[in-house]
Design a protein around this ligand. Structure first.
Ligand code: GDP
Ligand code: MG
Length: 173
């Protein structure tokens, strides 16, 4: 079966584990250890074809660690997650994006990447507007989606979208 390796990246606390676990197990976790890096498998049906997603929920250091380069090379598609309640996590999206492209010797438009603004249920704590997320994604040739792992808003959509983009890029190669 066709398998796509999806990497979930972003600064600690933005909800990488929460959206991954929501998608794979349909549960919301509040106390997931921020230092744990875990991988998950899920079969999905994409345009009538079964495929497997191997999802790596990355963890650890703030920003990007020295070891992350190795991990980035293993990804076919990337979810770059920030929290809409944390401006700094948004500012660092660009760094993740550049690092992923640089390590894979690819241009932004050649890498399947989705910018994910998580915690959109926390509207009263919002620090980053929807427009800002959308503008950044346009600039960087990425798709943009806001999600909530808590309410399950757009979580499935994000994973299906990255699977679809990954599959398309592989077909071109
Ligand atoms: P990670 O370090 O990026 O893996 O972040 P976690 O998934 O561990 O989430 C960090 C904290 O944010 C936890 O307390 C989660 O319960 C909370 N969280 C994650 N996603 C959401 C969300 O969509 N909405 C709300 N309200 N809280 C969330
Ligand atoms: Mg985590």
């Amino acid at each position: 079966m066709e398998t796509h390796n999806i990497l979930v990246v972003g600064t600690p606390g933005v909800g990488k584990s929460a959206i991954t676990i929501r998608f794979v197990l349909n549960r919301f976790v509040t106390d997931y250890d921020p230092t744990i890096e875990d991988s998950y498998e899920k079969e999905i049906v994409l345009d009538e074809n079964k495929c497997r997603l191997d999802i790596l929920d990355t963890a650890g250091c703030d920003e990007f660690s020295c070891m992350q380069g190795i991990t980035y090379r293993e990804g076919d598609g990337f979810l770059i997650v920030y929290s809409i309640t944390n401006r700094r996590s948004f500012d660092l999206v660009t760094h993740f994006l550049h690092e992923i492209c640089h390590i894979n010797y690819l241009k932004e438009e050649e890498v399947p990447m989705i910018i994910v603004g998580n915690k959109c249920d926390l509207e009263i704590e919002r620090e980053v507007s929807y427009q800002e997320g959308q503008d950044l994604a346009r600039l960087k040739h990425c798709t943009f989606i806001e999600t909530s792992a808590l309410t399950n808003q757009n979580v499935e959509e994000v994973f299906y979208a990255i699977a679809r983009e990954t599959k398309q890029i592989k077909c071109y190669c």
